[in-house]
Design a protein around this ligand. Structure first.
Ligand code: SAM
Length: 152
């Protein structure tokens, strides 16, 4: 019997491509849910609970637990990840729950491309990667598209 675990993945070997590394992480899981599955990060929910729903950006969304939860609360979510399987999984879960209109799942390597839009909330939960990813690409850059006029 194959066992799944929450253990951190083995590091990349040699000149492995980051997209391939993370794709392996998600596609090798029997249920395709990846490292943490579609679980929600409780701290995010605490922070978001009192806020009126708006436009949210979830960076490195994984299998999409946070994005789905936000969408259930009325947020429109743009969720991005480098792994094709993670993005497709989130898209199909959102469709299955009737949340397809509220969840836009996009594949991006944030070291290179960034989703378009303006956002009231930007979330990057456990944005760990064994590859070089300049912090400003992951965390600093979203500050620009956020809407400064929003009443949050
Ligand atoms: C430790 S997981 C956290 C996943 C999710 N946020 C959670 O809390 O469960 C890091 C995520 O970042 C994604 N990721 C890593 N490098 C990335 C990159 N350069 N661009 C976009 N996503 C990336 C991975 O595919 C993975 O889903």
């Amino acid at each position: 019997m194959t066992q799944q675990s929450d253990a951190a993945p083995a590091g990349p070997s040699g000149d492995e491509d980051p997209a391939q590394f993370w794709e392996n992480m998600y596609s090798q899981r029997r249920d395709n849910t990846g490292i943490r599955g579609s679980r929600v990060n409780p701290r995010l929910i605490e922070i978001v609970e009192p806020l009126p729903p708006g436009e949210a950006l979830d960076l490195g969304c994984g299998a999409g637990g946070d994005a789905l939860r936000l969408a259930r609360q009325g947020w429109r979510v743009t969720a991005v990840d480098i792994a094709t399987t993670a993005v497709e999984k989130l898209r199909s879960l959102a469709q299955a729950e009737g949340l397809g209109e509220r969840v836009t799942a996009e594949q991006h390597n944030l070291a290179r491309t960034f989703p378009a839009g303006t956002f009231h909330l930007v979330s990057a939960q456990y944005p760990h990667t064994p590859f070089t990813l300049p912090e400003h690409r992951y965390c600093g850059r979203p500050q620009r598209p956020c809407d400064p006029a929003a009443d949050y």
